[in-house]
Design a protein around this ligand. Structure first.
Ligand code: UT7
Length: 322
């Protein structure tokens, strides 16, 4: 049987760091409120002329390097993002061309904060079907360009970045189980009000910015993430004690703590980057994965559960041996 397994990881975070103290000067907020309600202490923000594909390219170079491969070895590129450079061509084609990857399957998909989990699951299916040998899978966002910087309810939460992985065919697992879900009945709780067919407006103005009913999103996120984590383990026949690491979407420390509690998992087994990155939407899981791989916490053959939840709502999880 063919499995897929992650053979390399990489990340890119923009140079500019915005701290909670910087935000105190911009809106009516405090470092204390942001830290205690969300866990965020600082976040990275793209420069005005920087794009999502710029970040993808840098993260991908590091992922290829750590996998010991070059552009010619890749036969699929998928980018999970809600903040693409352009409406088309899709970001994956821009990345494929800029990295010198030979012509191949290349597409972006949009599942808000669950974008990377959807992209990784898709790559896993292509590899298991024998159609692809090695995929570059990226989660990336310029989400700070979609924010109203006068709205304290949202502007303190988000940050930019890109995380990339190389996934390749393997005789041994690898990715053990993927679970995806979505329910559009929650579309009005978290959304961006403009788009190609609804009409375009200048990004980052108060009429064109992320809209969120934070408390309602919080409640559904906690129950959905708790459920999907336990369901994924149960479906794969993996006991909670076998789990080495939870790599969750980094939206809010309180949501992460609640998920860990539902899993009976000590926080020492949870990779946390929310304090340094904020909520980077589709980039958050691959960024956290790369941080823990590179600092030596996540090691080969360990059992890892990744999960995410976002606008739509969409949600998903991937259980794997690293
Ligand atoms: O990644 C995709 C999914 N997104 C999420 O998972 C986000 C889910 N939601 C959350 O993380 C939380 O709901 C928030 C962090 C967004 C908000 O935390 P909360 O504990 O639910 O606060 P709240 O919205 O109920 O607001 C409590 C108070 C309000 O004041 P009053 O009405 O009690 O007087 C807000 O106006 O805090 C106020 N507030 C702030 N105060 C200082 C809201 N934002 C701020 C702020 N600084 N930045």
């Amino acid at each position: 049987m063919t499995y897929s397994r992650i053979s390399g990881t990489g990340r890119y975070l923009p140079e500019q760091v915005l701290t909670n103290f910087d935000l105190e000067k911009m809106v009516d907020t405090t470092d204390e409120w942001i830290r205690t309600r969300t866990g965020v202490e600082r976040r990275h923000c793209v420069a005005p002329d920087q794009t999502t594909s710029d970040m993808c390219v840098e993260a991908a170079k590091l992922a290829m390097e750590s996998a010991g491969i070059g552009p010619q070895d890749i036969d699929m590129v998928i980018v999970g993002t809600t903040s693409p450079d352009l409406i088309f061509p899709n970001v994956a084609t821009l990345v494929q061309h800029r990295l010198g990857i030979p012509a191949c399957i290349a597409f972006s998909l949009e599942a808000a904060c669950t974008g990377f989990i959807y992209a990784l699951t898709t790559a896993d299916k292509f590899i298991k079907a024998g159609e692809v040998k090695r995929a570059l899978v990226i989660g990336a966002e310029c989400i700070t360009k979609l924010i109203d910087w006068k709205d304290r309810n949202t502007c303190v939460l988000f940050g930019d970045g890109a995380g990339a992985v190389i996934v390749e065919a393997s005789d041994e697992p690898g990715i053990i189980a993927c679970h995806l879900g979505a329910d559009g009945q929650y579309k009005d709780l978290l959304y961006y009000p403009y788009g190609a067919s609804k009409g375009l407006a200048k990004a980052g103005t108060d009429e064109a910015a992320i809209m969120m009913s934070g408390k309602d999103v919080f409640k559904v996120a906690v129950s959905t993430l708790g459920n999907i984590a336990s369901e994924t383990l149960a479906a794969a026949g993996v006991a909670q004690e076998e789990l080495d690491w939870l790599v969750p979407h980094q939206a809010n420390i309180r949501i992460i703590q609640a998920t860990a509690k539902r899993l009976n998992l000590p926080m020492e087994k949870v990779v946390l980057t929310v304090q340094d990155h904020g909520n980077t939407s589709a980039a958050s899981v691959p960024l956290a994965l790369d941080v823990a791989v590179r600092d030596g916490r996540i090691k080969r053959d360990q059992m890892i559960l990744m999960e995410a939840f976002g606008g739509g709502f969409t949600w998903g999880s991937v259980l794997m041996r690293f």
